[in-house]
Design a protein around this ligand. Structure first.
Ligand SMILES: Cc1cc2nc3c(=O)[nH]c(=O)nc-3n(C[C@H](O)[C@H](O)[C@H](O)COP(=O)(O)OP(=O)(O)OC[C@H]3O[C@@H](n4cnc5c(N)ncnc54)[C@H](O)[C@@H]3O)c2cc1C
Length: 341
């Protein structure tokens, strides 16, 4: 289990919980009804086309084990007060979770013969695992007695950089999620970012637009991942069901993570991945999003936070990758010198 007391999560008090989050979406507001003389059919449909946002709904995600329509036990947590970082969660408990995920649900592909869909599931999980390790290395408790936090480059090297495949999988997961976000651009642009704080909400809308229509990103990476190539074989539908079941198992395993903060980030990021899978594979024959496509507010929150976590990991790996070995050499040289003197 965790060694650190601060691995626990602080839930926000009720007065910090955004008012609009408390009200379930129920169609037109009373003011709107008065304005339309009580006739819902008189309201203007502001949706731009069939793909876009129609208000937050309670909808279950077929890729996850939780019932997303049941919000009874949910609490509100400020993620900025609970950053993903080193928690001291190590040993058998953590290892058992990773073992259960890989061995039972997404074994590493033994040969090139394995179908690309199963490879993709393994890579997605391995990429997420790399990202978690990168965040541990990025924000590590270097000296417990002095409460000194900082980068742990040896850990980054030993757990991620030393294995090119783990770095590749991190990029794979990042591109997969980026593709999902850009595919749902119409929907995400129209979504209602309303927390009751108008300034913050405007900023969020503007940031979402900047992300969705970033020219540099679009030209550097026009198609980050080509999901249309998956499930094309004869047994495509059965394979999709099988992989969906495996991913649901992985999402259920997250409830067994024995460290509260790790569980929070584990569940959030797996929901983010489940949301990316839902976006990429809820399509019609033309590979466009289904007309009935809808996301829950929590799915959007999870998706965007996952993209943030992955892009921060990619950035740290990119910036420190080449220099880390040199720094580690210098660090071990100075430790040796200290030992000798
Ligand atoms: C869902 C979840 C979230 C967690 N979040 C945190 C957190 O926020 N903070 C924290 O301090 N700890 C967290 N942990 C614990 C952390 O991931 C490690 O398990 C722990 O630090 C012990 O690391 P380890 O060196 O034993 O190797 P682990 O990271 O536990 O890896 C176990 C085994 O998996 C394989 N492996 C490792 N990386 C990869 C990869 N990228 N792809 C494929 N295989 C791989 C290797 O064979 C390795 O021996 C979390 C654990 C889980 C299960």
């Amino acid at each position: 289990m965790c060694r650190l007391r601060d691995c626990s999560v602080c839930e926000c008090p009720d007065n910090e919980f955004p008012e609009p989050f408390k009200k379930p979406y129920s169609g037109l507001s009373p003011e709107n009804m008065i304005c339309q003389e009580g006739k819902p059919e008189a309201t203007v449909d502001r949706t731009l086309d069939t793909k876009v946002f129609k208000g937050w709904v309670e909808t279950d995600n077929p890729w996850t084990s939780d019932d997303e329509t049941d919000n009874a036990e949910m609490t509100y947590v400020n993620l900025q007060l609970n950053p993903e970082r080193y928690t001291g969660y190590t040993g058998d408990s953590a290892r058992r979770i990773w073992d259960a995920i890989y061995k039972e649900n997404c074994p590493k592909y033994p040969s090139e013969d394995m179908c690309q869909e199963k490879k993709a599931l393994y890579k997605l999980i391995s990429g997420l695992h790399s990202s978690i390790s990168v965040h541990i290395a990025y924000d590590y408790l270097l000296d417990e007695s002095a409460n000194l936090w900082g980068h742990n480059l040896s850990l980054l090297h030993d757990r991620v950089l030393k294995y090119p495949e783990r770095v590749e999988n991190l990029y794979f997961t990042y591109l997969f999620v980026l593709r999902a976000v850009t595919k749902a651009a119409d929907y995400l642009e129209q979504a209602e970012y309303n927390t009751g704080n108008p300034e913050e909400d405007l900023k969020t809308q503007s940031l979402v637009r900047q992300l969705l229509y970033n020219h540099k990103l679009r030209s550097a990476c026009p198609l980050p991942f080509d999901e249309a190539k998956l499930w094309q074989g004869e047994n495509g539908p059965e394979l999709k069901q099988e992989i969906q079941k495996q991913f649901r198992n992985i999402s259920a395993i997250m409830d067994c993570v024995g460290c509260e903060k790790c569980r929070l980030w584990g569940k959030l990021q797996v929901l983010g991945l489940g949301t990316a899978l839902k976006i990429l594979f809820s399509v019609d024959g033309e590979n466009n999003l289904n007309q009935q496509f809808q996301l829950q507010r929590n799915e959007v929150i999870a998706l965007v936070n996952l993209l943030n976590r992955l892009s921060e990991s990619v950035k740290f790996v990119h910036e420190t990758g080449s220099s880390s070995q040199e720094i580690i050499k210098q660090q071990s040289f100075s430790t040796l010198q200290k030992g000798a003197s």
